[in-house]
Design a protein around this ligand. Structure first.
Ligand SMILES: NC(=O)C1=CN([C@@H]2O[C@H](COP(=O)(O)OP(=O)(O)OC[C@H]3O[C@@H](n4cnc5c(N)ncnc54)[C@H](OP(=O)(O)O)[C@@H]3O)[C@@H](O)[C@H]2O)C=CC1
Ligand SMILES: CC(C)(CO)C(=O)C(=O)O
Length: 305
């Protein structure tokens, strides 16, 4: 299978080198010219816990992206997705699968404006990565992927996609209810990304705070009520299980969540697709969401500082 990864930041590059290392034909697509040039000229430099290596991978600028790819994996930030989809229209026109694994609520709705629902796969991932600079990532820890085609006409294709991801060691499985997976991940990110960004700490350091679990539950309880108003059977336990699991350094303990990375680099965050989306939906439903509203305001204040 030929794969294009559109949005080759930290995560796009991590998936790119892992897939390429397992023998898959991968092309990276991104809008950041210096990064694309660095990958084409020097290879993608990957640091892990044990070594560092350069991977030779082709990269294209989004506006120049052409070619036939079986699968396009979108790994932009939620707020960059529409612009990326517009730029890579020639690639999307020929793709059999267009998959989003980006964090946040609303990504499927964005995708549906640009591609037919029959090719859309949606999912979430607990893999993590840091973009250290142009053509340079730090990829530690482990993770998994839950994904599902939005229409289940071609399950043989879905199995092939899952097999390809697993051959690369990415621990993928088909989800029976990807909307639940997405809400569970969004709730988890609304805790971990937001608190780590505000407290300037990594996942493991947050986990060591005496009040970490109480602080997490306060956020999660509101999100569970909002999810239920959308017929999503989310429970507090589901989210808290994932929150506690990632404190381990073998999972994401040493990782600075993507929202922390964004604030650190002076970039906008995905807050409006996490706590902000929950607050928006909750308020429209008449559900009290003061904690998620306040956290959204605090992150916007940090963005403005
Ligand atoms: N990082 C992580 O560990 C995880 C991230 N995710 C999710 O995956 C999605 C992708 O996130 P992630 O890979 O972290 O995104 P990154 O911030 O690493 O990259 C996203 C895009 O931002 C632009 N960009 C990033 N840094 C710079 C810079 N210094 N200068 C100029 N442009 C830059 C590039 O696009 P362009 O130039 O076109 O704007 C890049 O493709 C998000 O939804 C995120 O929440 C999910 C799990 C873990
Ligand atoms: C790695 C993880 C799971 C940590 O919050 C994440 O989703 C992120 O950084 O955005």
């Amino acid at each position: 299978m030929k794969i294009a990864i559109a949005g080759a930041g930290a995560m796009g590059c991590r998936f790119g080198y892992m897939l390429a290392d397992s023998g898959v034909d991968v092309t990276l697509i991104d809008g950041w010219k210096t990064h694309v040039d660095a990958i084409n000229q020097q290879g993608l430099f990957v640091e892990t816990e044990t070594d560092s290596r350069r991977y030779s991978l082709p990269a294209m600028l989004a506006e120049d992206a052409r070619g036939a790819f079986d699968v396009v994996i979108l790994f932009t930030k939620a707020m960059q997705m529409a612009e990326m989809l517009q730029k890579i229209a020639p690639v999307l026109a020929r793709a059999k699968v267009v998959m989003t694994l980006s964090n946040g609520l609303g990504n499927i709705e964005t995708l549906e404006q640009y591609v037919d629902r029959s090719v859309i796969y949606a999912g979430v991932t607990l893999w993590s990565c840091e973009l250290e600079g142009p053509g340079h990532i730090r990829a530690t820890g482990s993770g998994n992927i839950e994904l599902q085609p939005m229409m289940s006409a071609d399950m043989a294709m879905a199995d092939r996609v899952v097999d390809m991801l697993n051959l690369a060691g990415l621990n993928a499985e088909l989800s029976a209810n990807v909307l639940l997976s997405i809400w569970k991940k969004a709730a988890f990110n609304s805790v971990m990304n937001t608190y780590c960004a505000l407290l300037d700490c990594n996942v493991g350091e947050f986990g060591k705070l005496p009040d970490a679990l109480n602080m997490a539950r306060t956020v999660v309880r509101e999100i569970v009520l909002v999810a239920r108003s959308q017929q999503i059977p989310l429970t507090e336990e589901m989210v808290m299980h994932t929150v506690q699991k990632v404190f381990d350094p073998r999972e994401s303990g040493e990782h600075y969540p993507s929202m922390h990375q964004d604030l650190h680099k002076g970039r906008l965050t995905e807050i409006d697709y996490l706590n902000g989306a929950v607050a928006r939906i909750g308020e429209a439903q008449g559900i009290a969401v003061p904690v998620n509203r306040l956290l959204t305001q605090l992150i916007h204040a940090k963005e403005a500082q």
